[in-house]
Design a protein. Structure first.
Length: 90
C-alpha cells in the first residue's frame, strides 16, 4: 500500500522568481542566507525553508528517506492572500 502525504508544501522556482522580482512593490521580500535557506516576508508573515521545498529532485530524495510514495503539494505561507489581486493572480 502506498504512503501518501496529503500536507506537503512546495515553492515553485517561478513563484520565487516572481516574488523576488515584484514582491517589494507589495511590501514583501525574499532573502537567501549564507546557509542557502530562504526567508520570505510578506506583511506580518514570515516563513523559512530550504531547497527541499523548491527543487523537485531534492523533494523526491527526502520522500524516499521517509518512505513516502506520493505528496499532495500546495503553496504555503505566505500564500498570496497578502498581495494585491494582480500580483496574486500572477
Amino acid at each position: 500500500m502506498p504512503t501518501i502525504d496529503i500536507h506537503a508544501h512546495w515553492y515553485p522556482r517561478e513563484w520565487l522568481a516572481l516574488f523576488q522580482k515584484d514582491g517589494a512593490k507589495e511590501g514583501a521580500s525574499l532573502e537567501r542566507g549564507a546557509d542557502g535557506r530562504y526567508s520570505l516576508r510578506a506583511k506580518n508573515i514570515t516563513n523559512a525553508f530550504d531547497e527541499r521545498f523548491v527543487v523537485v529532485d531534492e523533494r523526491v530524495s527526502a520522500m524516499d528517506q521517509r518512505r513516502i510514495d506520493v505528496h499532495a503539494l500546495s503553496l504555503t505561507t505566505p500564500m498570496v492572500y497578502w498581495a494585491s489581486p494582480a500580483f496574486g493572480s500572477r
